[in-house]
Write a protein that binds this ligand. Sequence first.
Ligand code: HEM
Length: 419
Amino acid sequence: MTEAPETTPSRRALIGWGGAGLALGAVAAGGAVAMARTGDDVVPAAAGTGAAIPFHGERQAGIATPVQDRLHFAAFDVKTDDRAEFVQLLKDWTAAARRMTAGQSVGEGAYGGLAEAPPDDTGEALGLKPSRLTLTFGFGPSLFEKYGEAFGIADARPEALAELPKFAGDNLDKNRSGGDLCVQACADDPQVAVHAIRNLARIGMGKVVIRWSQLGFGKTSSTTPEEQTPRNLMGFKDGTRNIAGTETDRLEKFVWVGEKDGPAWMAGGSYLVARRIRMHIETWDRTSLQEQEDIFGRDKGEGAPVGKAKERDEPFLKAMLPDAHVRLAHPDSNDGATILRRGYSFTDGTDGLGRLDAGLFFLAYQRDPRTGFIRIQRNLALDALNEYIQHVGSALFAVPPGVRDKDDWWGRTLFGKEA
Ligand code: HEM
């Protein structure tokens, strides 16, 4: 982090940024989308070198962009019914997000300002690189329920933003579920992600309050199939058949909300389902290798589907047991339903009974949750994996399109017009 004044360098000019499509093309061409700050200049740099991911674009970063290693996810509840105050918060958050994703401090920085006032930035990210920080913002169904009238947005609620239904086996903790707003902070450095959420919460004091939050380490899915597939806490490769960030056609079909889908303010956005899934790690660790492999329908070493040799070989579903996870989750078993998974492992200490409170913080983006997550999760009612997992937290958010330039702000397509 530097204390340089905000210069908002034009990344569009520098790399010909024209939205996610181009940026993703750049990733495919060698990771040129990532940028590193040196003083006030922005120069292209390879991913994984502490670089910055462009904040401005047609789509929000943090969905199809390469998945970083660390997560801090926060759900907020809104505490003001004053529309103007809330809109100002969205603008203030955007300004702070723009700076933090570029590796800059919030506002006037962490020191050097008025001695009598608390600094604008909390300071713990000073000296750290941008670390590919992405901040992805969304609105929850409860925002429309609680503040639809006060904010003049009641009629703008998307039909797709209905509360998720109850699924077989759910054991949801309301203190880890829901939320009027969300911010997903992903970065290669956990301190950079935590700093971002903390500073947004600080800026929102009195107007929003954190309802719940989740730290994640170790991505369990990726959008970059050319890299090694990460493994989840059950030891299996996870994300093999995920949508890649370069698959523009599949992203259009399954992830981005289309112009005609409605409402207009969501065009170019996506819907995010978050599920905190606890794993019964200790029971899993006493399960035979054969059973573990049967449960997923893939082998543990290579990650190949049953009867096949290589991880990327096309799964032959009928060779798997009827209740194998991959067989039940596959698009062919769900009328073609396909989602972009972007989850992380978590370990939040122990549960007081000598067991790890660990699992998968499942994050999935889709064009419509009714034909995405809900469709698949219903089919997973019979999943053999259910004996070893339990869904304990749940939330759904409408993630609007990207912040296009320095005058744009999170939620402008919803709140930009006078109520
Ligand atoms: C702790 C819970 C879970 C674990 C450990 C887990 C693990 C895995 C693993 C190891 C694979 C195979 C590799 C791959 O293609 O990614 C897989 C595939 C998949 N999972 Fe999960 N998963 C979990 C929960 C879920 C949930 C809740 C959903 C959605 C409702 C889901 C949807 C999928 C899909 C769509 C695939 C790809 C199927 C295919 O196209 O072959 N998973 N999962």
